[in-house]
Design a protein around this ligand. Sequence first.
Ligand SMILES: [Zn+2]
Length: 347
Amino acid sequence: MSLTAWGIRAACLLLWTAAATAGEQDRRLDLYFVDVEGGAATLIVTPAGESLLIDSGYPDNGGRDRDRILKVIRDVAKLDHLDHALVTHWHLDHYGNHAALADQIKIGTFWDRGIPDTLQEDAKFVDRAALYRAASQNKSKTLKAGDTLPLKSGTTPLSAKIVTASGDVIPNVGPANPFADRHKPQDDDPTDNAKSISTLLSFGKFRFLGCGDLTWNTEAKLMTPNNPVGQVDLFMVTHHGLPVSNNPAMVLALDPKVAVICNGPTKGADAQTIATLKEVKGLAAWYQLHRNIKLTADQQAPAEFIANPVETAQCTGVWVKASVAPDGNRYTVQIGPEGKPREFAVR
Ligand SMILES: [Zn+2]
């Protein structure tokens, strides 16, 4: 083969490699909310093609959640590896597949809040943590409030800041939170939910916040009396939309334009949380990964904003995707590959 032919082949290979990575191809920031039936799994693909998976759904169920996540990684985002995999906290619906995924694809860096020796609410935690340690080759990195994930930033600045971890929060500075008096303290939550990692992702003016299963009093610790987070464009409703989270002092101050609830048919998207969302002044739409089968149609999102209307046994796991334009000024949200993208301007 001539040198020219080699050159053409090399150029084709380069083009193919670039095309194989969605973020690199279109310079957009993509966020996929994978349906894991009331767990959580969010895939973020940056314009540089860097990938971050936050949480990994439930284990077992014949590999249901693992396979749904892999499908989004490989077939939708067209990635062959994950650069970063983060665990918000040590509950099975959040780190259920980190080890199983590592069996299937290369994972660059594992991030978590630190691995406790035991977990009072999970008698099998020591064994499960051993699988995670093995998958991460004992090299997982601990995140603390105030840390920043090392994502590559381009022309439009990109950053991912950790605003809560292990019960600690970033300093409560910034403007006074006008909704601070909506916080009515609840009994302290002794579970790992209260220790969830919360990630504030910024891309130009676009801002997304996901807080794992952070609970009421830690939400208030972060957001009262001042609001150090500011307002956000896209909010992953905390803790699947359960009412032990989503303190109005936090949700109303964040004033999200679009919210996504990662609920299941019988878990989350609770009436109380939806009532709080309806109070959000700037809210244009909220999406649910599932219809809450316990609520009537008028008590939840309109059908066209619900990704999966059926119960788990019949569910195909349709995802919700948000995609932010290269300049960070506009974003679309759509349900599944055939869904109509709705466009929103950043706040
Ligand atoms: Zn959860």
